[in-house]
Design a protein. Structure first.
Lengths: 269, 429
């Protein structure tokens, strides 16, 4: 374990350069550039407002505008989903480089987390703008509370979970590609098993779905993130502690499998 | 001299065919064996890696690309690895550069190791030359400040200074490899592993690269180099490893290894009979069965004195009605270049060679061949279309010493100047 970290520190320049490459190359030859990062959650939030708010009439907390509510959930969700998707494909998308040169393979997933954080900070920035605009001009009550201080911790948990799950999936797809198929639509479906498009409290506690939501480690974290800004969401330290344990187990499993696979994956990928 | 690379009993097994249900079944068997504390059942099976032969054992889905390879490389050695396609050279390089792990065995090394199995690994087409130099350098194991320090040198060496801020996808392919190689050339590792990447760019740039590599080697760094280009290997390396069918045939000084490589077909060298499995380019119609050198009297001979008359005898069989054929014999030097051709271009030259049945041809060489080890390449081809019925490269080798037979004149120098003493007429005024 210590060796893994010292290797990564040794290659920190490479991690940073990968990060730079991802950011630079994503928006080459586009006119709007990183603005696309803003456009995507704006449109998704509008669609959510229409479908979930107006048609399905699912109420959002009263102390925040529906638009800001969706934006907040989406910026967390996009961060997780984006990192998870990309890390899952680590071995397959990088096989040509991995096949020619040795460097700690973990450098790629770590750089993916970094570029994910960059995208998150833009989308989260957009949320903050809307949030303050609502308070100043639309008369919403500033409902944030002291748990705001924990938001970086929630992000860390999301990162580690995306990393752990991604490592497991990418390790299992080096020989048999079946999981790639599952991930393709699985991540999309997973969003509905996470309280993003609806508040957690709209789900009756007697339903099976309620238990599924609680079993999903993302629910507790994202709800806590929403609580920090609305004071009206699930905030349960006990659940968070449980989620942390699940995430740490996932991460350790992922890193273990990844370290086993990385040595020989070139033979089968 | 300290040992910097050590390979102990390295083996690498590969599975043939596609990944699917059958490989899943094998994996399950492996897992069961492991749970029961037994050895991997598939390590017992597997055949020697002979590319052009179908498997013979009952279970030949597995082949050994490398089998029990042992060697040591000392600091400062420039080692050339030679062998035919499929001998296991690239697999060995992959293991040396830690891209993959051997199935069994152990590899250890000392110092910073960099491998160049390809030029421009990780180049991103959308990024500028500048960004790619940093990215590629970091992938190859350099630190950012090291690249910064050498950046100007790298650009200067590549000769693409003008394009440094243009995305590399706009580069010509020559510029691309020039830039990519320049990064690699400034790596400065303790152990450098190179796979045939020197064959890039124009002649000018190739020479530049080889000189750069030489200077890397002179600084006491270790270089491991794989190439089919024997002249480059010979001029660049100090020692060599000769591989065949996944094993090491010989590790020694580069000249000995190259000679061994060229005279490898012992059977041919001793009798002139060509074995069935000799690699050849062939179309049905005619098969060369025997090739050997003979002395003036017509007896088999593979060691000649200086100035001896040399005969080359070829036996071949025509198996079906074919157009008139022509016979070509080439003489190659020990570094692999073919420098002389014996052929008759007149229409009538090989009359009578095309009928069904066995044929025998004898060629007398009257030029004086200088001392050295040579190899013969022979081909039978269709006179009109030039399609070869049978073509055998470096099939028979012979030696010419610098001592002449009684009554002749010895070759006066210790080093051969060229290959042939031309029949020349001198007029001195």
């Amino acid at each position: 374990m210590r060796k893994i970290f010292s290797d990564l520190v040794d290659y920190k320049d490479l991690i940073f350069l990968f990060f730079k490459r991802d950011i630079k190359s994503s928006y080459q030859q586009t006119i709007l550039g990183p603005l696309w990062l803003v456009i995507q959650p704006v449109f998704t939030s509008i669609v959510f407002s229409v479908v979930f708010g107006n048609i399905a009439k699912i109420a959002t907390p009263a102390n925040i505008s529906p638009f800001a509510f969706y934006l907040l959930g989406l910026s967390f969700w996009n961060y997780f989903a984006d990192c998870f998707n990309k890390i899952s494909a680590t071995f397959i998308t990088n096989s040509s480089v991995f096949g020619k040169v040795y460097f700690p393979r973990l450098a790629v997933p770590v750089s993916i987390l970094l570029s994910g954080l960059f995208k998150f900070s833009i989308q989260f920035g957009l949320f903050l703008i809307v949030y303050f605009y609502d308070i100043v001009f639309k008369g919403y009550h500033a409902a944030c509370n002291v748990t705001l201080l924990f938001v970086p911790l929630y992000l860390l948990l999301l990162s580690l979970f995306a990393l752990g799950l991604g490592l497991i999936v990418s390790s299992f797809t080096t020989k048999y590609r079946d999981l790639t198929m599952l991930i393709g639509f699985g991540v999309q479906l997973m969003m509905y098993a996470t309280p993003i498009a609806y508040p957690f409290f709209t789900i009756p506690s007697t339903s099976v779905f309620y238990r599924i939501l609680l079993a999903n480690p993302l629910s507790g974290i994202i709800e806590a993130g929403k609580y920090a800004f609305t004071s009206n969401a699930l905030f349960s330290p006990k659940l968070l502690a449980l989620d942390t344990i699940v995430i740490m187990i996932t991460l350790l499993t992922g890193m273990y499998i990844f370290s086993k696979v990385e040595k020989r994956f070139m033979d089968t990928v | 001299m300290s040992v910097v690379v050590k390979a102990e009993q390295i083996s690498k097994q590969y599975k043939l065919g596609t990944v699917g249900m059958s490989s899943l079944a094998d994996d399950v068997q492996r897992l069961i064996a492991r749970v029961r504390g037994k050895e991997d059942p598939f390590l017992q099976t597997g055949e020697e890696n002979v590319r052009d032969k179908a498997g013979t054992k009952a279970d030949s889905r597995y082949v050994w690309a490398l089998k029990d390879v042992n060697f040591e490389i000392n600091q400062g050695d420039v080692v050339g690895i030679i062998g035919k396609n499929g001998a296991g050279k690239s697999t060995l390089l992959k293991i040396l550069s830690r891209v993959t792990e051997p199935t069994t065995g152990k590899l250890s090394y000392k110092g910073r190791l960099a491998s160049l199995l390809e030029v421009g690994t990780g180049f991103h087409p959308d990024l500028s030359g500048r960004d790619n130099v940093f990215l590629n350098g970091a992938i190859l194991g350099m630190k950012k400040h090291e690249i910064k320090k050498r950046f100007d040198e790298i650009i200067e060496f590549s000769g693409v200074a003008r394009y440094v801020d243009t995305p590399v996808k706009r580069y010509s392919s020559g510029m691309y490899v020039r830039l990519a190689f320049s990064v690699a050339a400034h790596l400065d590792p303790d152990i450098l592993i190179i796979d045939e990447v020197l064959a890039v760019g124009d002649q000018d740039f190739q020479n530049k690269c080889i000189n750069k590599m030489r200077s890397v080697a002179r600084q006491g760094n270790t270089v491991i180099f794989v190439s089919h280009n024997l002249p480059t290997v010979k001029s660049f390396c100090t020692s060599g490893i000769f591989m065949k069918h996944g094993g090491i045939v010989m590790q020694s000084g580069i000249n000995e290894v190259i000679n061994e490589y060229l005279t490898e077909n012992k059977l041919v060298a001793e009798t002139g009979v060509i074995p069935d499995d000799f690699p050849r380019t062939r179309t049905e119609g005619a098969t060369i069965q025997k090739i050997f050198c003979a002395s003036e009297t017509g007896t088999f001979c593979n060691e000649f004195g200086f100035g001896d008359k040399l005969k080359i005898c070829v036996e071949f069989e025509v198996t079906k009605e074919i157009n008139p054929v022509s016979l070509e014999i080439l003489i190659g030097s020990s570094s692999g270049e073919q420098f002389a051709l014996a052929a008759d271009f007149t229409k009538q030259a090989y009359e009578g060679l095309s009928g069904k049945g066995k044929h025998y041809a004898e060629v007398e060489i009257s030029e004086q061949i200088l001392p050295g080890i040579y190899s013969l390449t022979v081909g039978v081809s269709d006179q009109a279309s030039g399609i070869s019925y049978d073509w055998l490269e470096n099939v028979f080798s012979f030696k010419v010493s610098n001592v002449a037979r009684a009554g002749g004149i010895d070759y006066p120098y210790t080093v051969s100047h060229g290959f042939i003493n031309l029949k020349s007429k001198w007029t001195i005024k």
